[in-house]
Design a protein around this ligand. Structure first.
Ligand SMILES: Nc1ncnc2c1ncn2[C@@H]1O[C@H](COP(=O)(O)OP(=O)(O)OP(=O)(O)O)[C@@H](O)[C@H]1O
Ligand SMILES: [Mg+2]
Length: 334
């Protein structure tokens, strides 16, 4: 089965200012060889600490950024090779839509809710007439439970939850196959968060829209997503079914991350506090594990060889030489 979206060895290296005139500028490896698979109708959670590259990866997947290297396949076709400008004019543009973090900041304050929702349809479906546009906007508003009476309002006349709904309606008005959501609920209060999450899950179930969901809230990710991708310093360190990863995290970073969830498995997974400083994402070594300096099970081998993302069990991958040890508490068989 062809995946809806697949990233292969996807990289985004940002060039920084050179220290000296004529010297080679250093590069910040924000996304550094990411492999990712999103199947139709699947919710994939993307987690990891601040600065690990989640937003950059989201923007690459949404084709708002050009990759430095690697492939990005949409239903088997490499869309990573089209420039962002060409992709913006392509037929496939409407299939991947992004929902941004803060609805207040991402919505133009001078546009009514109707125009905000209609805007992507006007751009991506230029042949749609006025009546068709109104039909689409109203259908999208209904799908996100936004009362039609609110469509003439400006963003400042809407509540946070209503603005979040406008943001989602804008994204679904062009009937995408994949929604990329970069912390879509972090600006909302808890009760509104819950209804927006239910809405996203409903869109996935009823319309088969796949979700790439970035969040710092690991409980929310567990509820919404069947697959989890854990990133650390630009790389995927673990990925697989969320039930398995939450029950038995294999990478020492995932273990530390999940141990910080206050309500998860009380008494079972002891809080692991990471000591030490993270390595720099600027021109990082390719012969060292990126988790060095903070890893509780670090060995000499970790400082001389970068672990590959390898299959731990069917559908379950991890980037650690000693993952079996983290999993069982016993040294890995050598
Ligand atoms: N345009 C840019 N130029 C240079 N560096 C950048 C640029 N955008 C992002 N970065 C760097 O890339 C790295 C990844 O940033 P990114 O925003 O993707 O992280 P994140 O995982 O989304 O973090 P957060 O959880 O805080 O939102 C960071 O070190 C950041 O400073
Ligand atoms: Mg971010």
């Amino acid at each position: 089965m062809t995946a809806l979206l697949e990233a292969r060895n996807l990289k985004k290296h940002f060039k920084l200012a050179a220290k000296w005139p004529f010297s080679t500028p250093p590069k910040l490896h924000a996304v550094d060889g990411v492999d990712l698979v999103i199947n139709a109708g699947e919710a994939v959670g993307l987690v990891g600490e601040s600065g690990c590259g989640k937003s950059t990866l989201s923007r690459l997947v949404s084709r708002l950024l050009d990759p430095t290297e690697g492939q990005l396949l949409l239903e088997g076709e490499d869309i990573g090779r089209l420039s962002t400008a060409r992709f913006a004019r392509s037929e496939q543009r409407r299939l991947i839509q992004m929902v941004f973090q803060d609805p207040t900041e991402s919505l133009n304050p001078l546009f009514s809710a109707f125009d905000l929702i209609a805007d992507p349809a006007r751009m991506l479906l230029p042949r749609a007439g006025k009546a068709e546009l109104r039909r689409r906007v109203e259908a999208a508003a209904q799908a996100v439970n936004l009362p039609l009476a609110l469509l003439e309002r400006l963003p400042h006349q809407l509540s946070g939850g209503q603005k979040a709904r406008v943001g989602i309606a804008r994204a679904i008005v062009v009937e995408p196959r994949l929604l990329v959501l970069d912390e879509p609920t972090s600006a909302l209060d808890v009760s509104v968060q819950a209804t927006v999450l239910q809405l996203l899950d409903q869109l996935r179930r009823e319309r088969g829209i796949a979700l790439l969901f970035v969040s710092h809230d690991l409980n929310v990710v567990r509820l919404l997503c069947s697959q989890i991708v854990v990133m650390y310093l630009g790389q995927v360190v673990e990925r697989g079914p969320s039930t398995e990863i939450y029950a038995n995290p294999a990478h020492p970073y995932t273990r530390a991350l999940l141990s910080a969830i206050p309500t998860l498995r009380p008494g079972k997974l002891e809080r692991i506090k990471l000591e030490g400083d993270p390595l720099s994402p600027i021109s990082p070594s390719s012969t060292q594990c990126r988790f060095c300096g903070r890893c509780p099970i670090e060995r000499a081998q970790c400082r001389t060889s970068m672990p590959a993302l390898r299959e731990l069990a069917p559908g379950r991958q991890v980037r650690c030489h000693f993952a079996e040890e983290a999993l069982t508490g016993l040294p890995a068989a050598v």
